[in-house]
Design a protein around this ligand. Structure first.
Ligand SMILES: [Mg+2]
Length: 235
């Protein structure tokens, strides 16, 4: 009796976590408001937009190695204190409270749970995230999708982040995958997820969840909704 052929063109998949599997924007907003309430600070109008713009800029500086993670956390907290009009006190306690609130947020993006369940019968799957270990580990451990994955690789623990080739290589080693060309990387960040994986020789599926117009050409597939991944993979 022969094994049933897989209905999918790739059986080795790597996913980014934030804004690929998990709804990071929603998680971030909930965590920020709950943290400010915890410290009896106000949540003025425009706070979330301010926070996102500032946070994206800081992560870009971190990506460019202009600042470290400790400075990112400090400047992020201080920017929030300034915006809400609170004194600059104890940014470390604030950051810990915020990260723990973020770790509790389990919001998956639409169709993630069903799609992963459909794939898991035929595919080996891993996650690579450039997020923080304090957030990613408990959130992943408590999530309803964790049993589908053979590895969770966190850049902060490895000391190397996407798009560096070492983090893709390390993940393949962990999973026992010898040929990157057989692996499909799925992620929302074009530079870190898609170009990083393509440079390492992987196939790529860009989750362009905001449907931004573009002239990118380094990806093999593009989806706008997580459920479309099944169409991409179906032979
Ligand atoms: Mg992402």
């Amino acid at each position: 009796m022969t094994a049933k052929a897989s209905p999918y063109r790739h059986q080795r998949l790597i996913f980014d976590a934030d804004n690929t599997l998990f709804d990071f924007d929603q998680a971030e907003a909930h965590a920020l408001v709950s943290t400010l309430r915890h410290f009896a600070m106000p949540t003025p109008e425009g706070l979330i937009d301010h926070y996102r713009q500032m946070n994206v800029a800081l992560w870009q500086q971190l990506d460019a190695k202009q600042i470290g993670i400790a400075e990112l956390k400090q400047r992020r907290a201080e920017s929030v204190f300034d915006f809400v009009g609170a004194a600059h006190t104890d940014h470390e306690t604030f950051s810990v409270q915020y990260l723990d609130a973020l770790a509790e947020q389990q919001c998956l993006l639409a169709a993630v749970k069903e799609t992963l369940a459909a794939l898991s019968a035929h595919c080996e799957m891993a996650i690579i995230t450039n997020g923080l270990a304090r957030v990613q580990k408990p959130r992943f451990a408590n999530s309803e999708i964790q049993h589908h994955f053979g590895a969770l690789v966190i850049s902060e623990e490895l000391g190397v982040a996407k798009p560096e080739p070492e983090i893709f290589e390390h993940t393949c080693d962990l999973m026992g995958w010898s040929d990157p060309a057989q692996v499909l990387m799925v992620g929302d960040n074009y530079r870190c997820d898609i170009q990083g994986a393509a440079d390492f020789g992987m196939q790529t599926c860009w989750f362009n969840l905001r449907q931004i117009p573009h002239s990118h050409q380094d990806h093999n597939h593009e989806i706008h909704h997580f459920g479309q991944l099944l169409d991409v993979l179906r032979v």
